[in-house]
Design a protein around this ligand. Structure first.
Ligand code: HAM
Length: 500
């Protein structure tokens, strides 16, 4: 069954609601609702994601929520935090061990193999915005359902691809109003990494008495993770630890140098971070994380907004073609939005523009009103209503607040007569019109209230005349220059010859 459930012994939390004795199940810890007032941020992030990925030639992929658990166990690593502690694993009704996806890279690698993408021009560039699930300890910027913008470029070993993905991440944050600094390191190849791990273990074994119980376990199971340990006293110990860049083979060094050169060229701000290791086993060569450049709070300081790197061994390890190299990034959307808010990025105040507000009085009017409102909406009129309100006064107040140009009033009498009242909210003038023609009339009144073209003005004049409405018009200005009639011009030409 679902692994983390073993720890949940208490029954589902219940919230007491107003009705005595009735309790509503609470949100599951670490999960959130995103309410309407938050939507602008999510939409903005998605809009920028779409623009950036389009301009760099990435195609969208939508990934399933569920995969076989072995996909992540094999890719992220059996000893990684994601697999050992955070994955929601359970047996489905058919008895298969499945997992709620904790990350997207393994999924994209699986899709690349499954759909034979190796046969199309390389690199295959894919992006996704998806939710992932990790049974992490909930805290600021750490949720159990998190969203990421994923960028994955598969089928190229070129260092320029590494730089391009990092540049895209940096551009993404900058466009959203967040300045970031990239922390970058190289893990080299699996063999140079192995040599390095031997040295690292030797170093920390020499200081074993200074390690916490957690770090002692890391030393045994996943020594690279010691480098991002936040345990007390570790900062000093880490300072003296061997650095991986000194264990890179010549090819890995050259690759890394090239990536840095490209980043310099593209003016992406970065710092070399010898302690950066990342928590997933599939990485090789370049790895990076993006942090807010000038964090305003302590909480924001250590929070990676996104991260990624090269994963040259993943596709072959999952059964794909040998030497299929790849590079990617996962940009955390929840944290990006926190950073946008801290950077003072606010939703631009968008004045809700309503052209027509619909008021109804009484049951019959409300019934008929639904159809009238639908006709207006289908006719392209920006309209609003308050079907929940009964009094005209309350409805007109809302119309006023929404700054609607016109109000439509439908009462019992109008329903019987097949009419409806149009009220001009500026002048207060009212007219009664045939309800079947109201959409066309409203459209013309709205045009008249803004700017009229000559054709529209003529149509409106004709209609007003037909309805007996007299509109006071300005006299057109007299032409100053006299235009001569063609016959007179011809006569002149005969008298004075052709003019030059
Ligand atoms: P990751 O570092 O595990 O990488 O996650 C990427 C980003 O997702 C993090 O930097 C963070 O912003 C966000 N994130 C992770 N966990 C949480 C959480 N519990 N709550 C809120 N945000 C979170 C990956 O997932 C890789 N698949 C990235 C990648 C793509 N590498 C290559 N391609």
């Amino acid at each position: 069954m679902m692994k983390p459930q073993e720890k949940i012994v208490a029954p589902v939390a219940l919230v007491e609601v107003k009705k005595k004795g009735v309790k509503c199940p609470e949100l599951v810890r670490g999960f959130r609702d995103v309410l309407p007032e938050e939507q602008w941020f999510w939409n903005r992030v998605e809009e920028v994601a779409r623009d950036i990925t389009k301009s760099y030639g990435f195609g969208r992929i939508r990934l399933p929520v569920l995969e076989f658990a072995t996909l992540f166990e094999r890719s992220a690593g059996k000893d990684s935090d994601v697999v050992t502690k955070e994955m929601y694993v359970f047996e489905d009704p058919a008895g298969d061990r499945v997992a709620l996806r904790p990350e997207g890279t393994a999924q994209v690698a699986r899709a690349y193999i499954e759909h034979g993408m190796v046969n199309v021009p390389q690199p295959v560039k894919l992006w996704y915005i998806e939710s992932f699930f990790r049974h992490d300890r909930p805290q600021f910027g750490r949720y159990r359902q998190l969203a990421q913008l994923g960028l994955e470029a598969l089928g190229s070993a070129e260092p320029i691809i590494d730089a391009q993905v990092i540049l895209m991440a940096h551009r993404f944050y900058r466009t959203l109003g967040v300045e970031t600094i990239i922390h970058i390191n190289s893990l080299g190849t699996p063999s140079s990494r192995r040599d390095y791990i031997v040295e690292l273990v030797n170093y920390f074994r020499g200081h074993k008495n200074k390690l916490s119980e957690l770090d002692k376990r890391r030393l045994q199971k996943n020594p690279l993770r010691l480098l991002d340990s936040k345990e007390p006293g570790m900062a000093e110990l880490k300072g003296g630890a061997p650095q991986i860049v000194n264990y890179l083979d010549a090819e890995s060094k050259a690759h890394f140098m090239k990536v840095l050169e490209y980043l310099d060229e593209a003016e992406v701000p970065y710092v070399l971070d010898p302690h950066l290791v990342r928590g997933l086993d599939y990485y090789t060569h370049t790895i990076f994380e993006a942090f807010v450049a000038e964090p305003k709070t302590e909480e924001m300081k250590g929070l990676a907004l996104g991260g990624g790197g090269r994963y040259d061994g993943l596709v072959p390890m999952l059964g794909g073609r040998e030497n299929t190299c790849a590079m990617g990034a996962g940009l955390g959307i929840d944290r990006t939005i926190l950073a946008m808010k801290q950077a003072g990025v606010y939703q631009p105040s968008e004045e809700k523009k309503v052209d027509v507000f619909f008021c109804q009085l009484g049951d019959a009017a409300r019934r008929k009103g639904l159809a009238v409102f639908e006709k207006m909406r289908a006719g392209g009129i920006v309209c609003a209503e308050a079907f929940g309100k009964g009094s005209l006064k309350a409805q007109l107040e809302i119309a006023d607040k929404l700054k609607s140009k016109l109000t439509l009033i439908l009462g019992q009498k109008e329903v019987l007569d097949g009419t409806v009242i149009i009220r001009d909210m500026d002048s207060g003038a009212q007219e009664i019109v045939d309800v079947t023609k109201v959409v066309g009339i409203l459209a013309r009144r709205l045009v008249a209230k803004t700017k009229l073209s000559l054709v529209e003005q003529t149509a409106l004049d004709a209609e007003n005349e037909e309805n007996g409405i007299v509109v006071k018009k300005e006299e057109p200005k007299k032409e100053e220059k006299k235009v001569e009639a063609p016959a007179r011009v011809e006569k002149k030409r005969k008298l004075f010859g052709r003019s030059r």
